[in-house]
Design a binder for this molecule. Structure first.
Ligand SMILES: *[C@@H]1O[C@H](CO)[C@@H](O)[C@H](O)[C@H]1NC(C)=O
Ligand SMILES: *[C@@H]1O[C@H](CO)[C@@H](O)[C@H](O)[C@H]1NC(C)=O
Length: 165
């Protein structure tokens, strides 16, 4: 009985969210681009798309804030950003320089961001909200508050979808 209920509930609230054009704005492309640059600028295109989708998927997920700005600005209990490279001045500086110089890394991260927010390319993770460069890792593990499903490795990152318990 329990499992039957779960299987029915799952797709309805976590999976198959396509980025709607509503998220497509130059500000949002830049905001998500900065996160992708910080988290995944050395990653293959698919891994960059997946990081951008983690933001979109959080917006639609009941366990995370409901707007793009609030998701990107969400902090942890210890006060840092959930997307930790936003805390790091060195990453902000690298981003600002790459943007001025229009480097290939900058162009690629912006393209990944735009493809997710504006073009609606397919989510390679189907529903991932969280990722980690290690496995196992607390962010990608199940715990009393959520179960993680659909673990997939793309480049150097492990992506998972969180299902609230
Ligand atoms: C975070 O929130 C502040 C306002 O409190 C806003 O100015 C800023 O743009 C937000 N950051 C991001 C990355 O959206
Ligand atoms: C990045 O894109 C800009 C604008 O399209 C272009 O002018 C620039 O040459 C690109 N940079 C690289 C390294 O390809």
């Amino acid at each position: 009985m329990y499992y039957i209920i779960r299987i029915w509930i799952l797709p309805a609230f976590v999976c198959s969210v396509h980025a709607s054009g509503q998220l497509c704005s130059e500000d949002n492309v830049q905001t998500v681009g900065r996160v992708v640059f910080g988290e995944a600028r050395g990653e293959p295109r698919e891994g960059q798309i997946a990081v951008a989708y983690s933001i979109v998927n959080r917006i639609k997920h009941e366990g995370y804030p409901n707007s793009l700005t609030a998701v990107v600005n969400q902090t942890t209990e210890t006060g840092g950003y959930q997307y930790h490279t936003l805390d790091l001045e060195s990453h902000t500086q690298a981003w600002n320089e790459a943007k001025v110089e229009q480097t290939l890394e900058y162009n690629n991260t912006i393209e990944a961001s735009r493809d997710v927010l504006c073009v609606g390319v397919k989510d390679p993770t189907t529903c991932a909200t969280d990722f980690c460069a290690l496995d196992p890792c607390p962010a990608t593990a199940s715990n009393p508050w959520w179960t993680t499903i659909n673990k997939i490795k793309i480049g150097n990152h492990y992506f998972v979808c969180r299902v609230p318990d």
